[in-house]
Structure formats: structure tokens, C-alpha cells
Design a protein around this ligand. Structure first.
Ligand code: 5RP
Length: 248
């Protein structure tokens, strides 16, 4: 599992970053993820987000399950589902979930001091938002590089229907957005677990009012969901490159 995970991570080292810098960020991600496992208690229904930080969370949660912790989990992506399954975590099909999830743990691409976030770097934003809204509590785990004020440096992922997506892209552009269809590894469009596409919007300006921005984008037919999350986070666990964590 470790080798699969690290191979996956190293595929995503940004060109401006050395492997040493990247390793330090992995230390920070792992610190935040490990700290989050302390919030999981016997009997809980746990929501699993998606991404490289959540990878460490699932790994640590699996260790606790193998040591006797009794929980059930719901995953927001095929990736998290398969990892959890291979770690021995008991999983529930989302279609059989009728109660609220006790606690969800997820990552973020950017988070501001008011706990507004950009999410969707891994393409799972729609299920992440659905599950977060179906959870009593949401804990976000991030490395220190994700802290921003205000949002807007990272592209904003927007999930769109494949049907007439060129038209949706055009409508976004007509309204002044710079959108780019996300491509997968073989340069074909990236397809989400819901069978949709992702358009990454490059703001090149601060997003001062995330809720207004979200509402505006969602009013465009063809937009399924945006990666702007607000008023939903209970706690943030920040991991630092020296292995320490801080909560807010
Ligand atoms: C996936 C997400 C992730 O939580 C976000 O991209 C952060 O990922 P990572 O922990 O790999 O930095 O929203 O859709």
C-alpha cells in the first residue's frame, strides 16, 4: 500500500518544487492526518474525503481498525473506497446510508481564516460536498501550504455535465471566467466518478465573496457543483513541515 501511495504522490510533484520540499509537505500532511484519527470513536459512521492528505488518514484509520476500533465508513471516491477496503476498514454503500454521518475528514486545496475553502483538486468535489452536508461534523486536514487569505490563488474546480459542455464553457467565458477543461493523464478529458467533466476556473484575482461566487456559477445550466465550500467546517487541523500540528 505504501509503495502504491508514494508512487501516486510523486506523479504530482509540481515542477517548481524539489523532491526534498515535497517530502517535507508529505510530513506535514501525514501529521495532520494522524492527528485527525484521535477524533474517531467506536461505533461511528465516518465520512472519508479524497486526496493525498486523506490517503494518510485512511492508512492510520485502517491501523486502528485492525487494532480493534469498530467503525463503518462511507467514501467520496473510488480511490478512497479501494484504499479503505485494502486497509480493512468496513465500508457502507452510499445508497444504503439513511442516517447522518457522525464525522467526516477531508482535505482542501485552499482554506482561509473563515474556513471557506476551494476543493476539487482531486476531482471529487461533488461527492465531498454532498457527504459533508450529510455529516454532523467536518474536520479538514491540510498542510501549511493550503492556508491562504483570501481564496483565489488555486484554480476553482467546477463539475459540469458532459452534455453540451462546450456550450457551458462558452457561457462561463461570456461571463468573464477563464475556464479550462481538465485533462487526464492521456490528455483526454478527466471524468469524475459521477461521469461528468471538470472545468478549472483561473481567477487571477481574490475571491472576496465565496458564497456569491458559488451562487452565480451554480445558476449556469450545465454546472453541477462548484468547489467553493463555506459555513461547513467545524475544525481545521494544520500539519507543519517539522511534524507539528495546530488546530483552529
Ligand atoms: C479532492 C479534494 C482534496 O481534498 C483536495 O484536492 C486536497 O488534496 P490533497 O490532500 O491531495 O492536497 O478536494 O477533490
Amino acid at each position: 500500500l505504501y509503495s502504491v501511495g508514494f508512487k501516486f504522490f510523486y506523479d504530482f510533484i509540481p515542477s517548481f518544487m524539489t523532491r526534498a520540499d515535497f517530502n517535507s509537505i508529505l510530513v506535514a500532511k501525514k501529521a495532520a492526518a494522524t492527528a485527525a484519527v484521535d477524533f474517531i470513536q467506536d461505533g461511528m459512521l465516518v465520512g472519508l474525503g479524497t486526496g493525498s492528505t486523506v490517503f494518510y488518514f485512511i492508512e492510520a484509520l485502517g491501523q486502528r481498525c485492525r487494532a480493534g476500533l469498530n467503525i463503518t465508513a462511507v467514501a467520496t471516491s473510488q480511490q478512497s473506497f479501494h484504499q479503505a477496503q485494502s486497509c480493512g476498514i468496513s465500508l457502507k454503500d452510499s445508497e444504503t446510508v439513511t442516517s447522518l454521518v457522525d464525522l467526516m475528514v477531508d482535505g482542501a486545496d485552499e482554506i482561509d481564516p473563515n474556513k471557506n475553502m476551494i476543493k476539487g483538486g482531486g476531482g471529487a468535489l461533488f461527492r465531498e460536498k454532498l457527504l459533508a452536508e450529510a455529516s454532523r461534523r467536518l474536520i479538514i486536514i491540510v498542510d501549511e501550504t493550503k492556508l491562504v487569505n483570501p481564496l483565489g490563488m488555486s484554480p476553482l474546480p467546477v463539475e459540469v455535465a458532459r452534455f453540451l459542455y462546450h456550450r457551458t464553457l462558452q457561457r462561463l467565458e461570456d461571463q468573464g471566467y477563464q475556464g479550462k477543461l481538465r485533462l487526464g493523464r492521456n490528455q483526454t478529458p478527466f471524468v469524475t466518478d459521477n461521469g461528468n467533466y471538470i472545468i478549472d476556473i483561473h481567477y487571477n484575482r481574490p475571491i472576496q465573496h465565496p458564497a456569491d461566487e458559488h451562487m452565480h456559477l451554480k445558476s449556469i445550466t450545465g454546472v453541477v457543483e462548484t468547489g467553493l465550500f463555506f459555513n461547513i467546517v467545524e475544525r481545521v487541523i494544520i500539519g507543519y513541515q517539522d511534524g507539528y500540528t495546530r488546530e483552529s
